[in-house]
Write a protein that binds this ligand. Structure first.
Ligand code: ADP
Length: 181
């Protein structure tokens, strides 16, 4: 089973992802975590990515697709995609790659949280790229570049929307229902 968790920055994708991979025995692929590991390691890719991330913009599709390809090819088990795909080009790239492996996406879970709650949550989280200006830019980038994926997956009949407010357990119970169906 391959699952995508989709939602605005701060919607709680990371937290729900932890629960999902534990419960459904999937491999967690978070492009945000992979990029932060590159930054930590001081690699050239990390250096280039940091400038873009600090502005709240998106790392290029080419870099992202290059970064995930071997992980997907060599995963050998079901995967949970968190923070990826983020653009239509990435979604098409993922579909193409999975198809070449005789596989595909089974479920796309959209975590739905309203904008005000998102800004509050992210300011409370206080990560490096969580200042108010960057947050607003990331929400705008999400609306412009990632929100079209909702239609993309709805057209494929794969999209389920889950209300993303409440406790971690409450939200996970909703996610679980979707993934068990
Ligand atoms: P959040 O969900 O809070 O935005 P992430 O950890 O998913 O946090 O991403 C942090 C930053 O990393 C993004 O703002 C973006 O700059 C970069 N990034 C992560 N995943 C991708 C991706 N698939 N495509 C382009 N940029 C990405």
């Amino acid at each position: 089973m391959h699952v995508i968790i989709l939602g605005a920055p701060g919607a709680g994708k990371g937290t729900q992802s932890e629960e999902i991979v534990k419960h459904f025995d999937l491999k967690h692929l978070s492009t945000g975590d992979m990029l932060r590991a590159e930054i930590e390691a001081g690699s050239e890719l990390g250096l280039a990515a940091k400038t873009v991330m600090d502005k709240g913009e998106l790392v290029s599709d080419k870099i992202i697709l290059g970064m995930v390809e071997s992980q997907i090819r060599n995963s050998g088990k079901g995967m949970l995609f968190d923070g990826f795909p983020r653009t239509t080009v990435q979604a098409e790239g993922l579909d193409k790659l999975l198809k070449s492996l005789d596989s595909g996406i089974d479920h796309v879970v959209l975590l739905d949280v309203d904008n005000e709650e998102i800004v509050e949550r992210m300011l409370a989280r206080g990560r490096d790229d969580d200042n108010e200006e960057t947050i607003r830019n990331r929400l705008e980038v999400f609306n412009n570049q990632t929100a079209p994926l909702v239609e993309y997956y709805r057209d494929q009949d794969k999209l389920s929307t889950v209300v993303g407010s409440g406790s971690v357990e409450e939200i996970f119970a909703r996610v679980q229902k979707v993934l068990a169906s």
